[in-house]
Design a protein around this ligand. Sequence first.
Ligand SMILES: [Zn+2]
Length: 472
Amino acid sequence: MLSPYTFIIETGYKLLAGISPCNAWSHFQELQANQWLSYEQLCGIRWNRLKKLLHFSYENIPFYCNLWKAHGVDPRKFTAEKDMVNLPVVSKRELAEAQKNDEFLLSKRGRYEMTHTSGTTGERFQVPFTFAGFQKKYANHLRQVYASGWRLGMKSATLHYSGHPQFKGKYSGRPEDREPFLTLRETALSCAHRRLVLTPYYETALGNEAFPEEWYRQLKRYSPYLFETMDFNLPLLREYMERKGLPRLSIPKTYVLGTYSSSLRKSLEDFFNTEIFDRYSPHEIEGVAFACHVHKGMHMAIDSYHTEFLDQHNRPVSQEETGFIVVTDLDNDLMPLIRYKVGDVGHYYAERCTCGRGFPLMGEIDGRVRDLFTLKNDKIVAPAKIAAVLQDETAVSLFQVIQNLDNDINVTIVPNKNLYSTRVEERIQHRLTEILGNDGRILIATAPAEHIDLETNGKCCFVKREKPETYH
Ligand SMILES: [Zn+2]
């Protein structure tokens, strides 16, 4: 049943869209309708939008014009979407460099504000948005969360990482990290999303239980319908609650930013009495893909983004094979992102979802490019595959797997003491060897949570490579 609060907020958004530049609601209505179109109709929309973007960028954006000419490609001659493979893939570094040299001609454009990527790698990457463009991104955000059953006016809670621009550098010491159109955004989040913001873990290592204690207290009191959190927070909170024997929480819907194995997901869903949803929504390209109630991966929003999965030589990979995620944003003409290598790896499915949406499916994210394990035979192994081995073990509360530069694998396990035994360790050793071969030693050690380090932006990487020397 529709709550009066939801009715009021949705009506307010509709009115605003009619009389002001805050027109996210109009875009949202269009996006909501689009998702139920047939796959063929959606491909038609995508191709029309791609053509426009490529023409525009070739004629107006020196960065792309020069780049494509240097590669001998004129995208105005493309006759089908498959021709996109002829365009070079661009990295964050190239885009940032071009921005610095004003190759997007931002100095000549009207008012815009920057959105920042999270900067796990330490590299700064900012993408500008006009207010109109920002409204479109917001509409994409709304569509992905509405897929869970949440609506405006329903209570939500968020537990970000400490470097999230939401905190304006409070924990990261970088006050330039802030969201674009901040005042409006904060008003919408507090009034319309009724968002409670929990204090993120901002210390350099896990272990301080004052954090989960406070999360628990606030979630219990506020009782949100929707909870958005980082992957490491939920196991941490569960471990704390189990140890203290606290009464369970009941949170209808949870968005987790990160990938769980199916067994860990199921056990967390049971424990928190929740339905866990995935979405793929990097800061600069909001709403690339989102889960529906069927939970067979995520629907790729092909009316707003063109998403590809490529191998190391930028050739398309086959279905279900892990590839580098490359996205073209069909909305942003201020700083177009065309065949932009996001820095994550993932895979797609050929089969369609049974929910009726026309959007094709991709799987959950397989990890970050910089954390891919490389074997001596040049084979790469996705972080999520390694994480799943540890996540499948109920005797493991938390863990971190690090591939050293000499290819040794250090596995740190925070054990669930009641269940942990040498047999668990043998099983982990065996499964990891199956995946990674005998390139390096696999060294497993148990340790308290304090031994698990966080990244400088406050994220916890379950699986990572030690000081990867190159960025992709
Ligand atoms: Zn579906």
